[in-house]
Structure formats: C-alpha cells, structure tokens
Design a protein around this ligand. Structure first.
Ligand code: 6PG
Length: 237
C-alpha cells in the first residue's frame, strides 16, 4: 500500500470524543466559529457539506442555531446520481435536517445537478466550484475503506479536474459526482466527522500512514478529525 509523506500525517489534528452526540456538538460549534470568522473577515462563509448519514445530527443542531445565514454559501462535497427528490440524495438529507429550516437564500445553496449523466453534472459544477475557491470550511465523512466524498481507493481521476464524474462506485449508487482532492484541499479548514466501530480500521490505516483518499486531503488546509470512542483505534471496545 502507498504511504503518505510523514509531513501529511503531522498536519492532521485528531480529537477523540465520547460519542456521536459530542462529535455533533463539537462539529456544530466549529462550523459556527468558522462562519463568524469568515463573515467578519470576508463578508461571506463558503461551506462544503459532507454526505452520508454521520453529519445529520450536526445539521440538526445547526438548524437550531442563530447565524448570519444570508452570508452563508453552501456547496456539496459529492452527490449521488439520483432524481432530485430521492431521499438518498445527499442534498435531500441536508435540506430536510437543516437547510429547509433556516433562512439561507435559495440562490446561496449550490446543489449538484446529478440527475443526468455524471460527466455532464461534473462539468457544470466545476465552474461553480472554480468561482467559489478557496472554501472556508469543508466537512467530510469517512468510509470504512478510507473513501471520502465519492473518492474511492483504486479509482483514478485526472488530477487537474475540480469535479469528477464517478462510475462503478463500490458504495451504491454506482454513479456519482464528487469534488476532487484538489478542490477539497483548496479550503482554509477541513473537518472530518467519523463515528462508529466500522470506521475504526480505516482510521487506524490512516494514522499508520496509508495513502487513503481521506489522507490525501490537504496539505495547505488545517485538517481536523473528530472521532467518537467507537471509531478511535486507541480506545478499547
Ligand atoms: C456518500 C458520502 C460518503 C460518506 C461516507 C460515510 O455519498 O455516501 O459522500 O463519502 O461520507 O461513506 O458515510 P456515513 O456517514 O453514512 O457512514
């Protein structure tokens, strides 16, 4: 297995927390802190949302928070190629748990058009991403194989792309659209939310220097990983 450069390992900050609720609480506070700083310094907050199920409890907490929502610009790390109203769409999860409950202007929520061919959607989203870089904060999850967004081990993509079309993804659905390592790395901060025993081996491999997709995000960004005890290989279970 390829190894990471030792410098890459050093720049990741691992925070081991009690349980998924504490991860959600710390993640929500981190997002709000980043937002306040970005709005104060730059008049806007450009946030990339993670997909999957882990971030749902963080999004539910954000739905109850008070913030300058009209300064927020929302992007998505990846999207599954499904109809827009399909419950398995990452954008639908974010809308139902948070975005439909706060006053972020609709034009500030940049949904990935993933209902057509992935190549077409990737090209269209790349121009939106190019106009948004650098992000202020990127939220990401971690798969049990070390994937993040829809960047899977053993799948190669042109490094020059900001957004990739994905086919034959090992995690259904097979067709997806994902921001690239390059795009996800063009952020002031990256925050991973990782909970559950099924992530423990991927975390251990990452910490041991495996060159997993999640481990390749950086190197200029400040990368923080929030772990619960179940996902932390240094904790007994
Ligand atoms: C997706 C996500 C994916 C997810 C991880 C973790 O479309 O599924 O983008 O990268 O973040 O697979 O998923 P869970 O949070 O559901 O464990």
């Amino acid at each position: 297995m390829n190894r990471q450069h030792p410098k890459s390992l050093k720049r990741v900050r691992w925070l081991s927390l009690r349980d998924p609720e504490e991860v959600a609480q710390r993640a929500c506070a981190h997002v709000l802190r980043c937002a306040a700083r970005a709005v104060n310094e730059r008049g806007r907050f450009r946030l990339v949302l993670a997909g999957g199920s882990t971030p749902a409890s963080t999004y539910q907490r954000l739905a109850r928070a008070a913030a300058d929502w009209h300064h927020w610009q929302i992007y998505f790390s990846d999207e599954r190629c499904l109809p827009p109203d399909n419950a398995d769409r990452n954008s639908r999860m974010a809308q139902q748990t948070w975005l439909d409950r706060v006053t972020i202007p609709a034009e500030n929520i940049h949904i990935i058009a993933a209902e057509n061919e992935p190549e077409q959607g990737a090209r269209a989203y790349a121009s939106q991403v190019a106009a948004a870089l650098p992000f202020d904060l990127v939220l990401l999850g971690l798969g049990d194989d070390g994937h993040t967004a829809s960047l899977f081990p053993d799948q190669k993509h042109p490094a020059s792309e900001l957004v990739h079309a994905v086919r034959n993804a090992p995690k259904p659905p097979p067709e997806r659209i994902t921001l690239s390592i390059a795009a996800l790395s063009r952020s002031r901060e990256v925050l991973f939310l990782v909970t559950g025993r099924d992530k423990r081996d991927a975390v251990a491999a990452w910490q041991a220097g495996a060159c997993l997709p999640a481990a390749r995000i950086g190197p200029d960004a400040v990368v923080t990983v929030l772990l619960d005890a179940d996902a932390d290989p240094s904790k007994p279970f």
